[in-house]
Design a protein around this ligand. Structure first.
Ligand SMILES: Cc1cc2nc3c(=O)[nH]c(=O)nc-3n(C[C@H](O)[C@H](O)[C@H](O)COP(=O)(O)O)c2cc1C
Length: 350
């Protein structure tokens, strides 16, 4: 978007969360755009859905499903709204979102602030849009039974979501990441897949901060419980060396400094799943080269968030254009042929 470089200084003059709210407010004024048409080179099938291109908007940007139609109009192949919890909640005290401009990064400790599933449902229902919309679900902070919250999310969103994402990887709800432990994860995935029945595919979103044994156990349980794809990854609680003043803030780090870790984890999950599960890459993806690296490492789709803050919503189209050039240069006729190509396992072998 040619306008974005002009608008950015105004957005950056505001506190990061106010800038985000102003952006959502401005986007709401735009008419819903036309969703991307399937691209002959870039379109890809995952979990029985046809994605017109592989570049998605990651969860957290449109938490309350206010602007997904507009974002689809900017050329994203899919938009993931949420995280939505059964009941509305305030999230953590402000300030809780920090731009780390020198690092092209962000730190957030939002804590699942959202208006709750009922409010989002109204927006997701009508008018019917074309274009793929996933709904990311979570548990309320004070919930006595977190697994029941995820089941409630599946029940509520099944009719409106093209896919559901079970998010157990936010670092900002105390104890949430414990659901990645084997016993809890198995019980959770059993509950959500039972509740889903013949409903939409279920994706599982994991943290980048995992030990090898945890990666193996998550991969095994996800395959056994017939999860449809893994999203690798959420923000990190780690702190690679950072330059910005706000580097000491608590919360999850996203953007460029997450790139290496997220790519490593993607490779780990590719190895651990042996290609049995589609993978969706997130974390520090800023351009077509980053997206191409993840696809060759085994991702079928990619998602972006923090790079949008620095580059604007035209980034989805830009990445699609770069990806097409890189695929042609690499001798790949279609994106699907490049998935996992760095490991020597062709997509058709999956
Ligand atoms: C401000 C902010 C809020 C986020 N909120 C959520 C969320 O509600 N649910 C979720 O699954 N991920 C959330 N994320 C994580 C992103 O979806 C993504 O996994 C992560 O930021 C890494 O991608 P990126 O480096 O392109 O931003 C959030 C990220 C940011 C920066």
């Amino acid at each position: 978007m040619a306008l974005y470089p002009l608008l950015r200084p105004f957005a950056f003059a505001l506190d990061a969360e106010r800038a985000h709210r102003a952006t959502i407010g401005a986007l709401r004024l735009l008419p819903a755009g036309r969703p991307a048409e399937p691209d002959p080179v870039l379109s890809v099938q995952v979990a029985g859905l046809e994605f017109p291109n592989p570049v998605g908007l990651a969860a957290g940007f449109d938490k309350d499903a206010e602007v997904f139609r507009q974002m689809l109009g900017f050329g994203f192949g899919f938009v993931e709204v949420g995280t939505l919890t059964p009941l509305p909640q305030e999230g953590n005290p402000r300030p809780r979102l920090f731009r780390l401009a020198e690092d092209r990064a962000a730190i957030n400790r939002m804590g699942f602030n959202n208006e709750g599933q009922s409010a989002a449902l109204v927006r997701l229902r009508a008018p019917r849009h074309r274009g793929l919309v996933g709904v990311n679900i979570g548990a309320n902070k004070d919930s006595a039974d977190r697994i029941a919250d995820y089941s409630a999310g599946v029940a509520a969103m099944t009719g409106v979501a093209d896919y559901l994402t079970v998010n157990i990887s936010s670092p900002n709800t105390p104890g949430l990441r414990d659901l990645q432990d084997a016993g809890a994860l198995d019980a959770l995935l059993m509950a959500v897949t039972e509740m889903r029945g013949a409903g939409p595919p279920i994706f599982l979103k994991v943290a980048p901060d995992l030990e090898p044994a945890q990666i193996d156990s998550i991969a095994r349980i996800a395959i056994d419980r017939k999860i449809d794809a893994l999203i690798v990854a959420n923000t990190t609680i780690g702190r690679p060396s950072l330059k910005s003043r706000q580097r000491g803030e608590a919360g999850g780090l996203s953007g460029a400094p997450l790139k290496r870790l997220a790519l490593e984890r993607l490779r780990d999950f590719r190895r651990a799943t042996g290609g049995a599960l589609p993978l969706i890459a997130a974390g520090g993806i800023e351009n077509g080269v980053d997206a191409f690296d993840r696809i060759r490492a085994g991702a079928s789709l990619v998602q972006i968030y923090t790079a949008l803050v620095y580059r604007g919503p035209g980034l989805a189209r830009e990445i699609c254009g770069e990806l097409k050039r890189l695929l042609a240069l690499g001798g790949f006729a279609r994106l699907a042929d490049a998935i996992g190509a760095e490991g020597g396992v062709s997509a058709s072998a999956k």
